[in-house]
Design a protein around this ligand. Structure first.
Ligand code: AMP
Ligand code: MG
Length: 421
């Protein structure tokens, strides 16, 4: 089934509002193997909406429309759809009652215009909006019963209706089963992964493997879809086992789990606590760690030691080493990590020192040179890196790499990521 998504709104057309409704819907439909093949955005006029809908019905097997369902005069989607589908607008008593009930509960006085949201083209299936007044509407049109789905423009409402009704409904129409999983990797390039995985996915009938690179590493997302439900289940299970076996050593998490969450789990499992000492990342590492709910159980404190003086005073870094090797050096990273744990009385410490740029690089230590130290009961270690990119990217990569080093250290893995076990 090939779907067209039509998003409506002058604010979207002008670029002032990012079309997150499209992005959300397209992703959600892709996940259930419903193909999105066209995307149109039009402004808030009945003519433009009618034109877009006619065009979509002419080329797609189904249309999802968002926006313009509200009560204000610029919300004309219902009227335009009524025209194209030749279904007169009718007052839906149930919808009206729900709109009034919502207003009563929230103690608001209902503007008369709000009731216009209960004027609905005839023959709609009404999907009650759990977080707002405008319901989602489903029409099936013509001999083939082409679906036309209308959803409100407010992203929170659109998302709720999409997740609860529109996406499952379209998915069930395909009759296909879809299974997917994501393995998150860090420390290796996409090209290395591709080479290492090779033609493995060719053995998985109905499966596709997507490489999704970001600052945080490369996510491997496998989707298996097909009409034979048993086969999809079998292939998905096999694909998971085979891919995990192939790339396991660089997988830090599955699904949408973050690396800082994994680090927190490892610290909890081992009964350890962590402290950070950051120079070039200026607190970004402690920010990421404290993003994790419940991190107070294992995060002790973070030092932002930007100046040499603070490295000496707060963490006891050796003045001689600072002098001999410079602040951006392996001995200083190691002493930052060690100092962080000693000064705060915990077991695990991380130190980051580097040149985030754009200035400050030398031939010997160009911009992007970063040293990361890890101190733990399993021993102390330090690694050096050369990250490419902007100041922001270098800082993000430093933090992600530091988190992966800690994870590897806590899990008793070799510190240097390698695909060969
Ligand atoms: P509407 O009901 O179409 O007037 O939309 C209500 C609000 O939802 C608009 O003011 C926008 O802020 C937001 N909105 C509408 N369409 C989109 C879209 N495609 N993506 C993100 N936000 C949207
Ligand atoms: Mg609008």
């Amino acid at each position: 089934m090939q779907i067209e998504i039509v998003t409506i709104g002058n604010e979207v057309l002008s670029g002032r509002t990012l079309d997150t409704n499209f992005a959300f819907l397209a992703r959600a439909l892709e996940e259930v193997s419903v193909q999105v093949v066209w995307h149109t955005t039009v402004g808030d006029t009945a003519e433009a909406i009618a034109g877009a809908l006619r065009q979509a019905l002419g080329r797609a097997d189904g249309v999802v429309v968002t926006g313009g369902l509200g009560p204000t005069p610029d919300d004309v989607t219902r009227k335009a759809v009524a025209g194209v589908l030749r279904r007169p607008l009718q007052l839906d008593e149930d919808v009206l009652a729900r709109i009034r009930e919502r207003a009563r509960k929230s103690g608001r006085k209902l503007a008369a215009s709000v009731e216009s949201m209960a004027l609905i083209p005839r023959g709609a299936t009404v999907w009650q909006n759990p977080v707002g007044s405008a319901p989602g509407l489903l029409f099936t049109q013509g001999e083939e019963g082409k679906p036309i789905i209308l959803l409100p423009g407010v992203p929170q409402e659109m998302e709720a209706l999409a997740v609860e009704f529109a996406v499952p409904w379209l998915k069930s129409r395909t009759g296909r089963r879809v299974e997917s999983f994501t393995l998150r990797t860090a420390g290796v390039f996409e090209s290395m992964l591709q080479e290492h995985i090779g033609k493995l996915p060719a053995k998985w009938t109905g499966a596709s493997l997507a490489y999704l690179p970001s600052y945080f590493g490369v996510d491997l997302r496998v989707t298996v879809a097909g009409p034979d439900h048993d086969q999809v289940g079998e292939v998905a299970g096999r694909a998971y086992a085979e891919l995990k076996e192939r790339v396991g050593p660089v997988v830090y998490a599955e699904g949408s789990q973050t690396i800082e969450t994994v680090v927190g789990e490892e610290l909890t499992r081992l009964g350890l606590r962590i402290a950070t000492a950051e120079s070039c990342t200026g607190g970004l590492l402690s920010k990421r760690l404290t993003d994790v709910p419940g991190s107070s159980r294992w995060f002790e404190r973070g030092f932002v030691t930007y100046s040499n003086a603070s490295k000496l005073e707060l963490l006891g870094v050796s003045a001689a080493d600072l002098e001999a090797h410079g602040a951006v050096s392996a001995p200083v990273a190691e002493q930052l990590a060690r100092g962080a744990c000693q000064r705060s009385g915990v077991e695990v410490g991380v130190g980051i020192t580097g040149i985030a740029g754009p200035d400050g690089g030398t031939t010997e230590k160009p911009v992007g040179t970063v040293f990361i130290g890890v101190a733990s009961p399993r021993g102390d270690a330090v690694r050096s890196f050369r990250f490419a990119g902007s100041r922001t990217t270098i800082r993000e990569r430093s933090v992600q790499t530091a988190l992966d080093l800690v994870r590897r250290q806590l899990q008793g893995l070799p510190l240097d990521p390698s695909l060969d076990g």
